[in-house]
Design a protein. Sequence first.
Length: 275
Amino acid sequence: MGVDIEKYLRSDKLPHIWCPGCGHGTILSNLIRAIDGTDIDPDKTVVVSGIGCSGRATGYLDFDTLHTTHGRAIAYATGVKLANPELNVIVLTGDGDGSAIGGNHLIHGCRRNIDLTVVLFNNQIYGMTGGQFSPMTPTGATATTAPYGNVDQQFDLCDLTKSAGASYVARGTTSSPRQLVKILKEGLNHKGFSFVETFTQCPVNYGKRNNIGGPTDMLEWQDGITVNINKWDKLSDQEKEDKFPVGIIHQNEQPEEEYTNRYQKIIDDMAEEGK
C-alpha cells in the first residue's frame, strides 16, 4: 500500500514480543496504514492501551502513548479527550481487557458518544496471561481455565456497542487486511465513538488448544466464520448461526451529539449567563 510503516514506529523497541503467527502485528500495521491515509496529525494524536497482548502495541508506536491499567484504557482516554478535545485519541484494547474487566467503561464510552476510536483486538482468549477463556471465547471451546469446554456464552460486541450508543461500529479480520484498513480509516475520521472489533489469530493459546491449527489455518478459519455485511441480510437465521458480519455495521454521524461538543456547549452557555 506504499506506506512507510517504520516512520510511525519506535525502532528501538523492536523486535516485538508477540508470538510467531500472532495477528496483532497485522492490526498494528494496518492501523498505521489507516492513519497515514487520513489527515490526522501524529503530533496531535494520543494512543492509549490497557493490559494484555494488545496493550503492548503502544510501546511500539511513535506517538504520545499511555500504557494504562487493566480494563481502564477507555477511562484514561476519556480524561485525555475531555482535557483537550482537539486531540485525536485512539484506544487499543483486547477482548479480555475491553470486554471483561473493562466492559463497563466500553458501555459508558458508547453511551456518551465521546470522540474516541476504540480498536479491540479479539483473539477469543487471554493470550498473555496463560490462555484463560475470555467473554469472547466461543461456548464449548477449550482454554486453560476451561479444559473440558467453556460453558459461558459469548456475546456480540458489535451488537452491544451499537445498542449502547456508539455512532460508528465495524468489524474486520486480519485475514482481510484491505477491508480492515478501510474500516479503520472510516472510524478514525468519524466524529463520535468509533468501535472497531478485529478478529485476530492466536495460534499458540487458542488455535493449538482447539485443534484449528497454525496461523494460516486460523486465517482460513476467520474467513469461514465471517460474512460480508452486504450479504449478511440475505442469509437465513440458520445460515447466520455461528457466523459474524464484517464491514461497517452501523454509522450515524451527528457531530453536535458528540460528548465533548455537548460539554463545551454547557460551558459556553454558562459563560454567556455570567455564571
